[in-house]
Design a protein around this ligand. Structure first.
Ligand code: NAG
Ligand code: NAG
Ligand code: NAG
Ligand code: NAG
Ligand code: NAG
Length: 289
């Protein structure tokens, strides 16, 4: 064997790795507590995980043929988490991804779907969920090539923020049990017929507060038009604008603003993180028997 075949084998191996392993939400911090996500890499599963389990053991994505099927709701094989986190309306939730490839540029979005005021999401049928969008961020600067040939996107901010994202629960939301659906769409391959890659992750939360608003939502299978031009495009030709897929963000919530990024971020009301505190593993995830 020629010695110079080794580097190309390594390249092939790493390409194969990238095309079969992308990411998942490993944990969530809120109010100085850390809750476990679903880890497709673990053989055991934590009964206190608030992340819905999936069969995406390749850590991969929902391709465009899945954008109108059950796959899009809570990822491939999505199945209810058995616990939930306690949050208050107005809280900021820190969502930690297990890494993110720089090439996978696209929008980052967050949705909520109510399971009922007194009905935990641990048993809800995902087909009954109606999602409303609470935040979105897409293309920030298509002409900025510092972050790579596709320009500067929300995913680049996520990477800069240690592969994590902050989502604020709108203060006006009515208390109750909700699925928080956090999602990235990677567009690097979107010139291909079914090349957009969707990474939805569902998390169970219970929102406390004094809000009264419960926007009407959209079934998961109807969130996206897989034929939409915002899912069929060439991001490398220097876009000046990008229309983020899915419904518009609920009214009363500012859009297009860069979220307050930092890490770690256990920013409950009044909380100040000094950088020396340890974040306890949540013993407060509430299991439902
Ligand atoms: C797209 O996803 C479907 C459903 O998971 C799968 O059967 C199919 O092989 C995928 N196609 C490609 C090209 O990845
Ligand atoms: C350009 O992108 C880099 C990320 O690679 C970012 O740090 C910088 O703020 C961006 N500048 C502008 C003007 O968009
Ligand atoms: C970045 O995230 C990882 C988890 O993916 C964590 O272990 C690490 O402490 C974080 N780094 C910083 C500087 O917070
Ligand atoms: C691009 O999408 C096609 C399916 O349309 C798939 O076969 C191919 O593996 C994808 N390439 C990358 C780099 O993701
Ligand atoms: C709801 O209102 C009560 C009374 O004003 C207040 O004490 C409480 O902190 C509020 N709860 C939340 C989650 O904002």
């Amino acid at each position: 064997m020629h010695t110079n075949s080794h580097p190309s084998l390594l390249v092939l191996a790493s390409v194969a790795y990238l095309s079969s392993a992308h990411s998942f939400v490993s944990n969530i911090n809120v109010n100085r507590l850390m809750y476990d996500g679903f880890h497709p890499t673990r053989l055991d599963s934590n009964p206190l995980a608030i992340g819905w389990s999936t069969t995406a053991f390749d850590q991969g994505y929902v391709n465009q043929t899945g954008f109108t099927t059950e796959e899009i709701i809570c990822h491939r094989g999505g199945n209810n988490a058995k616990a939930h986190a306690l949050v208050s309306a107005g809280d900021r939730i820190h969502v930690q991804w297990n890494g993110w490839p720089m090439s996978h540029k696209g929008p980052v979005m967050d949705y909520l779907a109510s399971c009922g005021e007194n009905q935990p999401c641990e048993k809800v049928d995902k087909n009954d969920l109606r999602f409303f969008k609470i935040s979105e961020l897409g293309l920030l600067n298509g002409a900025n090539k510092t972050a790579g040939p596709g320009g500067f996107w929300a995913t680049d901010l996520l990477i800069a923020n240690n592969n994590s994202w902050i989502v604020e629960i709108p203060s006006q939301i009515k208390p109750g049990f909700y699925v928080l659906r956090t999602e990235i769409i990677a567009l690097h391959n979107a010139t291909n017929a079914i090349g957009s890659q969707n990474y939805p992750q569902c998390l169970n939360i219970r929102i406390a507060g004094n809000g009264t608003i419960l926007p009407s939502g959209t079934p998961g299978k109807m969130l996206y038009d897989p034929e939409g031009e915002n899912l069929h495009l060439d991001i490398f030709k220097g876009l000046s604008t990008y229309k983020i897929p899915g419904p518009t963000v609920m009214s009363g919530v500012p859009t297009g603003t860069i979220p307050p990024l930092s890490h770690p971020v256990p920013t409950g009301p009044g909380a100040t993180y000094t950088g020396t505190e340890t974040i306890p593993v949540a013993t407060q995830a509430i299991p439902t028997v």
